[in-house]
Structures are given as C-alpha cells and as structure tokens.
Design a protein around this ligand. Structure first.
Ligand SMILES: *Cc1c(COP(=O)(O)O)cnc(C)c1O
Length: 494
C-alpha cells in the first residue's frame, strides 16, 4: 500500500514514511492510493472477532510494511486494561432503530483515545523502519481533549518525549487538572498565558524555527506532532465503524448486509471521514449525518456546496467542535473529485486567500449521495441531554447530544428510519457543568466537586480516571509567557 498527497498525487510514500512525516511538505494530507473493499464474507469473519482482532484485520490492509505480529502487539497494548470496559467501543442500544457507540472508555474519557492509544506504537515502529536515529519529541498545543489524550498515549513510551502547551484560561477545571497531574517520566505540561490561539501560534513558531531545529538535532532530538491529520490517527478510527456495524448485527438491530446510518458530532472532520472511508470500503452505510454545534460551517457546506469560514467564532458547551477550519475535509474533497490534486489545491488556495470556496456539481452530487447534515445550539444540546436522561436513564455528554438532536431533526425532516448509530465521543463527566444544568441541577460549585455532584444526582458513577483526579498530586504548575515557550522546549530536551 502506497500513499500520495492530496496536493500532489505523484508522491509515493510507504505507510511508515507517511506516519513519520505526518503532513506532506506541499501542505497536503497523506492518503492511501486505494481503499481495499470488503464483502459480506469478510464482515462475517470480522463479526466473530473481538475489537482487537477487528483492528488487526482492518489496519493490516493499509499497513503492509508492518507484520501481522507487530499489529497484534499494537492492538493488545492499545486496547487493554487502559479501557474500563471489556470491549473498547461498546454499543448502547436505546431502541430498535438507535444505538450509541461509546468511544470514551479509554484513559482520558474521550474518543481521541481510540487513535492516540495506537499512534505511539505506529510512530515508534515507523521511525525504526525509516531509519530515524534521533529521539522524537511530540509537541502539542491543546484546547482540551487532544493534549491529554496525546499525553496518555505517549507517556513512558520508549524513545519518545511529549510536551503539551495549553492556554491558562482556555480549558475547563477538569481538563486542567487532568493535565497538571499527568504521570510519566517523559512528559512535560506547560500553561501559556493567553488563549488557545496564543498557545497554538507559539507552537507553530517553534516548528518553523530553523535555528532551534538545528540546536535540537545536535542534542539528538527532533519535533513531531500528533494532530488529527496524521494517517496514523485516522486509520484506527475506521476500525470502530466496522466494529459498530458487526455489533449492530449481533444485538439484533440489523442482519448482516443491511444498511445503517451513522450520526457523528464533527469538528475537524476526522471522525466522520473515517466513517466515509469505511463506507467506501464496502461497509453497508446509507447516510453519514454530520452534526455540528452553532459553529455550523460544515452544515452549510454540505447543504450548499460552499465552504465559508468568514463568520464569527462561537464558544459553545461542546468546545471540541468549536472549529471553523475542518482540516480533514481536504481528504474528502480529494476523494470526491476522483483524486484530482489540482482541484484540491485550487480550493485550498481559495480558502487561504478568500476564506471560502465552492465545489463543482459532481462533488456536490457525491456529497448529497453520502452525507446529510444539521446543527443545534447550546439550549437544544442541553434539552437533549435532559430528555435522554429522563426518558432513557442514559446520560450523554454535550458533543454526543448535538448528534442526538441532529439525528432527531433529520428523522423528522426526511422520514429516514434506517437503523442508526450515534457516535458518542466523550463521557458526560468531562463536561459536568453543562450536563448538571441539563439535568436540572445548575450549581456554582468548583470543577472537581461537580464530578461528585453529577454522580450523586444521576446515580451513574464517574469513570475512574476522572473520579480519582482529586487524590492526584499536581506535577506541573505555574505558567509562562508565549515568548518563553522556546525556552521551555530547550529546558525539556536536554
Ligand atoms: C475531537 C472531538 C470531536 C470532534 O472530532 P473531529 O474528528 O475533530 O470531527 C467531537 N467530540 C469530542 C468529545 C472530541 O474530543
């Protein structure tokens, strides 16, 4: 299996090269040259396996420079007792037509664990295969979930270090404590005075600092990122779409071969893109419903064919979806244009210069054939959490609630009652304040007390990694100015 760039299809990389490099030098995203197709027989085979087995089978199709044994070891390490459920991605059936795919049973209680528990294994093996001798340091600017998930993924992984910057005023109390108490001998966490943009711009400046790069190389280090455009983060996500389908057949919602819908709370378009790739590989999927919060740039794009980021940025109760530029959309455009790198380059140039572009009629028709979309505001999000709890005794987080609401609207509007999997991306205990308000217990108590309050009033226990936060020692306190970030890197990589 070879990989090309969405902006230059003549590039030809191995999987190990694509994963170690992350982003192509032309600014494009690495994408497999072809997507193997699976038939009903293969689905039957997958159905008989556990999640780890399914992961090996799917990953093997794209990573032929890795041995089956390697992949089996990775799957065993990535999805083990770091998960609090026997299967890492269980389905919760609500009714005959609706199940929730719970992707938050990992160490940080959000779906990013599904990929970030796997990526360090891919990356360290890829670096070996490509002959890299320097030690990698993963550098992350985070607004919440990604940084913690990357820390948990890379902690104590041999031959790696990880340094995470977060905005001092830009993460929730629980998220901050998750990071300041991070364990591991190869980790460093640092608060930056300012907002997320300050932290992110600081990290970008570090990546493009040639002098620093040379200085670090002399010390035997190089910097890399763990963001969601790396192929090594997308691939593990394809697995849970197949796994959910198999489990829908097992729980009697469908027979193997029947079509289902997925409804996905979307930000950077990574999660739902993995669903699109699964569909392309032959998974019987009717529609992928793209759910957004008040930052509804994707809803508009899917409905009109025009992507327009020129709009106010809105802070919502589903912060991991507060995004105006969905980076992974580029891979969808590449695929829907029939692999036309020139077309993609044109759209991305327009996005950079004008902040908007409009796709041609063929791409728009392909979007209509595969996707539906919708969005909802914070009030509707909270109302949906309240309703699910009252009617089903099922507690969902703010991101998942956006998807649940958009699905209800979609069904009302279209009458499409295809059995549907709602992709559930975080534990409600990560967003206690909004969830408490949604179930009618608004409170001013500080962050950590909210965890106990929520479990008291719902009778649903908090996940262990969050419940145990209050007894953990803080390791990383204080904050730095943006201008001091380079100094932190140099101090960490001695
Ligand atoms: C990151 C995240 C999302 C958005 O996922 P994308 O791949 O960026 O679309 C949704 N929900 C939660 C809880 C997240 O952490």
């Amino acid at each position: 299996m070879r990989y090309l760039s969405t902006r230059n299809k003549n590039l030809d990389y191995s999987a190990a090269e694509a994963i170690s490099t992350g982003l192509s030098r032309d600014g494009g995203l690495f994408t497999p040259r072809l997507f193997p197709e699976l038939g009903i027989e293969e689905l039957k085979k997958l159905s008989a396996m556990d999640y780890r087995g399914r992961a090996v089978e799917i990953m093997k199709l794209f990573l032929d420079d890795f041995s089956r044994e390697e992949l089996e070891d990775f799957a065993k390490a990535a999805y083990a007792d770091n998960y609090d459920s026997t299967e890492p991605a269980p389905l919760h059936k609500i009714d005959a037509k609706t199940s929730f795919l719970e992707l938050w049973h990992g160490p940080t209680c959000a779906f990013k664990d599904m990929a970030l528990q796997m990526l360090p294994h891919f990356l360290t093996a890829s670096l070996k295969k490509t002959g890299e001798t320097k030690e990698v340091c993963i550098l992350v600017a985070t607004s919440g979930d990604t940084g913690k998930a990357a820390l948990e993924g890379f902690k104590d992984v041999k031959g790696t270090r990880i340094l995470v910057f977060y905005p001092e005023d830009g993460v929730s109390d629980v998220q901050k404590l998750q990071m300041t108490t991070q364990e591991g001998s190869n980790v460093r966490v640092c608060a930056v005075k300012g907002n997320f943009d300050d932290a992110q711009n600081g990290v970008k400046a570090i990546f493009s600092d040639e002098k620093l790069r040379e200085q670090l190389a002399d010390r035997g280090f190089f910097l890399s990122s763990a963001n969601s455009i790396n192929w090594g983060r997308l691939l593990p996500q394809i697995v849970y779409y197949f796994s959910a389908y198999c489990d829908m057949a097992a729980n009697g919602s469908i027979s193997l071969g029947d079509k289902i819908n997925f409804c996905v709370p979307t930000g950077n378009f990574g999660n739902i893109l993995a669903g699109y790739y699964a569909k392309k590989m032959g998974l019987p999927v009717n529609k992928l419903v793209c759910a957004s919060n008040a930052n509804n740039v994707l809803t508009d794009f899917i409905q009109t064919g025009t992507y327009n980021k020129n709009r106010p940025f809105i802070t919502t109760v589903s912060p991991s979806m507060d995004i105006l530029i969905s980076s992974n959309l580029e891979r969808l455009l590449f695929d829907l244009s029939g692999g036309n790198d020139e077309t993609v380059k044109g759209y991305m140039a327009l996005l950079a210069s004008e902040g908007k572009y409009t796709v041609g009629p063929e791409i728009k028709a392909a979007i209509d054939a595969n996707f539906a979309s919708g969005f909802c505001d914070d009030a509707a999000t909270k109302a949906t959490i309240g309703r699910y709890f009252k009617e089903n005794n099922y507690l969902i987080d703010t991101h998942t609630a956006v998807a649940a609401k958009v699905l209800a609207d979609y069904r009302d509007k279209t009458g499409d009652m295809t059995p549907t999997v709602v992709v559930s991306t975080a534990s409600p205990y990560k967003f206690c304040a909004a969830v408490l308000e949604a179930v009618g217990k608004k409170t001013d108590a500080p962050g950590l007390e909210l965890i106990d309050k929520l479990s008291e009033c719902t009778g649903i226990p908090a996940p262990a990694p969050l419940a145990s936060l209050k007894s953990k020692a803080k390791r990383f306190e204080g904050s730095v100015e943006k201008a001091e970030m380079t100094g932190v890197v140099l101090d960490f990589l001695r």
